[in-house]
Design a protein around this ligand. Sequence first.
Ligand SMILES: *Cc1c(COP(=O)(O)O)cnc(C)c1O
Length: 235
Amino acid sequence: MGIKENLLEVRANIASAAAAAGRDGKDILLIGATKMNDAARVREAIAAGLTACGENRVQEMLKKEREGAYDGAELHFIGHLQSNKVKQVVGLAKLIHGVDSAELMAAVSAEALKKGIVQDILLEINVGHEATKSGFDADMLPAALEKASELPGIRVRGLMAIPPVCSDGTENLPYFKLMHKLFIDNSKKKYDNVVMDFMSMGMSGDYQAAIACGANMVRVGTAIFGRRIYPEKKN
Ligand SMILES: *Cc1c(COP(=O)(O)O)cnc(C)c1O
């Protein structure tokens, strides 16, 4: 199947998962995880109706941006952002999903102030407590929001999570449920620079389960673009 057919199928799945949860599919932003797809394929997806693209590598994003890959769509940064690359992403990405430390929040804030803008971000939660993954521990979230309230260059728009790799669509339900609870609990208290609008979770294997638990941004790559062929590692 081509990109267009895949996209239609993913949209239909999003609509039915949303309906099952008493919501409207239109309220869920589908972000195409466009990594490793060249500018022509990204443009093909946008022509077929994709409205938001998510990249996880800064160099690749800048190159494709110069090639006009994202014209007509929103650009989101969904990867792990290193502090030495903050400058290149702030102001270019509409939303930075994976802000995973107080230091990174401060760096994004400083760069945004320098550019005279306010950068929208999501705080990444290490929902599976995995040593190999970055993100705030759930119980550190109030302190992180407190910190955000002191940083005028950023606006926290919600939370993001990448749960452990799953082998079926429902295995991550407990993590998605935990994220939902965190989202609700931490939306009650008002902080400056924090507007809890978005919950970014769910990928090709589990976006329906994520939607059942309140996700309103899903990041889907493989189900739209097909399997990514990673180059073999050279020794
Ligand atoms: C690649 C990627 C995705 C999409 O993964 P698929 O399983 O291909 O849908 C989602 N989120 C992030 C952060 C990614 O890097």
